[in-house]
Design a protein around this ligand. Structure first.
Ligand code: ZN
Length: 247
């Protein structure tokens, strides 16, 4: 079973690559069929096998030898890994499918925001709606919890965005709302906090090493996503540990 979840993750990951590559440019996800961005050759089934097709050609297009970004197999492997990890954590439950959807969206957002400095509404708006609908249909979270999750963390980020102009964008605010709709406000806030810590450490290290300047804008979205994923997998452990500090 484990290997199946991993393989399904790889396949979904290769679909996420299409989203990451096409959504910010406004092109359709469905048409045209996958093709090499350089020579335009339509890819055959053998070229679409996750990770393996990349390895078999040494990371180059089979038809024109253009180098293919290492990001493609990385996204596929990452998705495969998280699908497997989520299955091991949640088993075959409603939560598994809900979190697989959320994790897939977070992976797309991470790579899109990292490359283009935007978080598409085409991802966040549907996510917010789906989070509310799944709270209504399934009982893994109450509707009230989901609503609070949509409102509280995003409101906080909105205030932060107004006070410190520039750092955060409306995309981050909507992303927080979407995550909150799935995870509830407390987990989402904890995730944003952990993500900000990560972001500060990495930002300061890169500045210290002279890799980026003081003014360089670092997208915040990927760190919100990292924090959210940490809370999906370790939220219960972290909250238990935190509560035990006071008992
Ligand atoms: Zn090519």
């Amino acid at each position: 079973m484990n290997i199946y979840l991993f393989i399904i993750g790889l396949i979904i990951g290769s679909f996420l690559n299409v989203i990451i590559y096409r959504l910010p440019e406004g092109s359709s996800i469905i048409t045209p069929p996958s093709h090499c961005p350089k020579c335009g050759t339509r890819l055959k089934v053998i070229d679409l096998i996750p990770v393996l097709s990349f390895l078999s050609t040494g990371g180059k297009c089979r038809y024109c030898n253009t180098k293919i970004s290492i990001q493609y197999p990385i996204v596929e492997l990452l998705t495969g890994f998280f699908f497997l990890a989520a299955y091991l954590k949640f088993g075959f439950t409603v939560q598994l499918f809900i979190y697989l959807l959320l994790i897939s969206a977070l992976i797309s957002v991470t790579f899109i925001d990292y490359q283009y400095m935007i978080i598409p509404n085409k991802i966040t708006y549907p996510l917010i709606v789906i989070s509310l609908l799944s709270a209504i249909i399934f009982d893994y979270i109450t509707i009230f919890q989901s609503l609070l999750g949509i409102v509280i963390p995003s409101l906080l980020l909105l205030i932060v965005a107004f006070i410190f102009k520039g750092g955060m964008g409306m995309g981050d605010v909507k992303l927080a709302a979407a995550i909150g709709g799935f995870m509830g406000w407390s987990y989402t806030l904890a995730g944003i906090f952990i993500g900000s810590l990560f972001g500060s450490i990495i930002g300061l290290s890169l500045m210290g090493l002279g890799i980026i300047g003081r003014k360089t804008r670092i997208p915040f979205g990927p760190f919100i996503c990292i924090g959210a994923v940490i809370m999906i997998f370790f939220g219960d452990i972290l909250f238990n540990w935190y509560l035990n500090l006071f008992i």
